[in-house]
Structures are given as structure tokens and as C-alpha cells.
Write a protein of this length. Structure first.
Length: 255
């Protein structure tokens, strides 16, 4: 269950989702909380990515940098819910690649070829239980786990010489999480939702927060909001901190 965007098609995908949100007919549909309810969402996250090596300076990728060097990306989540219990999974995948050649000084030409390859996968699995519910509001506590794989490889090669340097930042592992999430109906079409978790395990500390809104159409829902994800890793890791944050827009189907 993964949505895939490649380079230039990323902007087309965002525009298509937005056009669907603006043109579909409206009809709110609700099911009893005692029925099985399923949802699947494809979304486009437009984040800023910050990597801080242990003992080094922060490396920042703005969304324009990510889009320019994007090889592949995918964002999706799914949920199943019955009564007061729920199970959900969220998946994020990024693959960036860039090659550049630069001249270091104005004297005798010294050219350096630089190659960047960054791959990242974040998968979050949570189970939730509703502890408060009204006709328009639901509040859940959640627990679960998040798997993270990050590998940032930089290779420098001085043209015409045997001088090369290769640097690898990253790591992988599992973190265990606790948190909460909820949803409040504003009217028959609009709703507000929120999510937060905190945990540790492979990392010293990881936390995530998301706030968003949704507009329910005939058979699907348009979603948008802001998401922030942060990792503080162990001092023995090459990568000390990872932060990903930015707005998102998506389309969700519920049945």
C-alpha cells in the first residue's frame, strides 16, 4: 500500500489531488462505531529534511532541493477500526540522488565530482483505544512501534587524481511509542484531527506531531495539514539528529 511519485510528476500529483478536492460532489456518510470501518490514504508530504552528524554541522534539504533531486517517493497510511479499538500503519519512503562537478579555485583547474545518494524509510504501526467519545469528538490513546532506515552517502572525487572520500551517515532500528490521537467534527463535511507520539529504543528519543483538517466528499475525503517528526540518536551513531517537517495534502477513502 504505497503511493509512488517520480521527479516532475510529484507536482502533477499534488495538483490532481487538489483539483479532485475542489470539484467532487459533497455527501457525508457515517457508519456506526460498532461496524468495521476501514480507511486508506495517499498523500503528498512536502517536507524540509535536516540531518545533523554527531560532532558535525547540520545538513539541510529544503523541499525544492528534495524535489529537484527526487528519484522516488511514496506516502500512504491505512486504518481499521471497530468500536473503541483501532489499528493503523503509516509508510514514508524517500530516495534522492544528485551528481555535481565544481571547480575549487580560480588558478590551476581542480575539479571535484560529488555524488549524493540518500534513502529513507519510516514505517509506523500503532494500536489505539478510545477513552472519550461524544457525538462529534473522539479521543484515543495509542501505543506501537516505528521502524526507521536512513542512509546518506556522499562521495567526493578529485578529477585526475586518486584522491577520493566517501562519507556514510545513517542507521536503522525500532522505537517503541506511546501517544494520543483524536478527531472533532466541525460540521457535516469538515473535521479537525490531531496526532502525537513519543518514544525511544534504537534512538534516544523520537517524537512526532501532526495536525490537519479534512473535507468529506461523496466517496472520499480531501485532507491537508502539517506534520513534524524528530529523532535524537545515540552518541555512538554517525548521525546525531534527524528532523523532517512540512505540510501535506492527500486523499482518503473510507468504507
Amino acid at each position: 500500500m504505497r503511493s509512488v511519485f517520480r521527479g516532475r510528476s510529484f507536482g502533477v500529483t499534488v495538483a490532481t489531488i487538489l483539483a479532485l478536492v475542489m470539484t467532487s460532489p459533497v455527501s457525508a456518510q457515517e457508519k456506526s462505531p460498532d461496524d468495521w470501518q476501514y480507511s486508506f490514504e495517499l498523500y503528498a508530504w512536502t517536507p524540509r529534511l535536516e540531518l545533523t552528524p554527531n560532532g558535525g554541522e547540520k545538513i539541510t534539504f529544503k523541499f525544492s532541493d528534495i524535489l529537484e533531486n527526487l528519484d522516488m517517493a511514496g506516502f500512504a497510511d491505512a486504518e481499521m477500526r471497530k468500536g473503541d479499538w483501532s489499528l493503523s500503519v503509516d509508510m514514508v519512503y524517500l530516495n534522492l540522488g544528485a551528481d555535481q562537478t565544481r571547480q575549487l579555485n580560480p588558478g590551476p583547474p581542480i575539479e571535484v565530482e560529488a555524488a549524493l545518494d540518500m534513502r529513507g524509510y519510516i514505517g509506523t504501526l500503532t494500536a489505539g483505544h478510545t477513552i472519550a467519545r461524544t457525538d462529534r469528538t473522539r479521543f484515543d490513546i495509542i501505543g506501537g512501534t516505528r521502524y526507521t532506515y536512513i542512509r546518506n552517502t556522499t562521495e567526493l572525487d578529485v578529477v585526475g587524481t586518486p584522491r577520493e572520500k566517501k562519507t556514510i551517515l545513517g542507521g536503522n532500528g525500532w522505537d517503541f511509542l506511546i501517544g494520543f490521537e483524536g478527531k472533532t467534527l466541525i460540521n457535516d463535511q469538515w473535521y479537525f484531527d490531531y496526532y502525537a507520539d513519543v518514544g525511544a529504543g534504537r534512538s534516544k528519543l523520537t517524537w512526532q506531531a501532526k495536525v490537519g483538517m479534512g473535507y468529506e466528499f461523496n466517496k472520499w475525503t480531501g485532507t491537508f495539514g502539517f506534520r513534524y517528526l524528530d529523532y535524537e540518536l545515540e552518541d555512538t551513531d554517525t548521525l546525531g539528529e534527524l528532523t523532517v517537517y512540512g505540510p501535506y495534502i492527500g486523499a482518503k477513502w473510507t468504507w
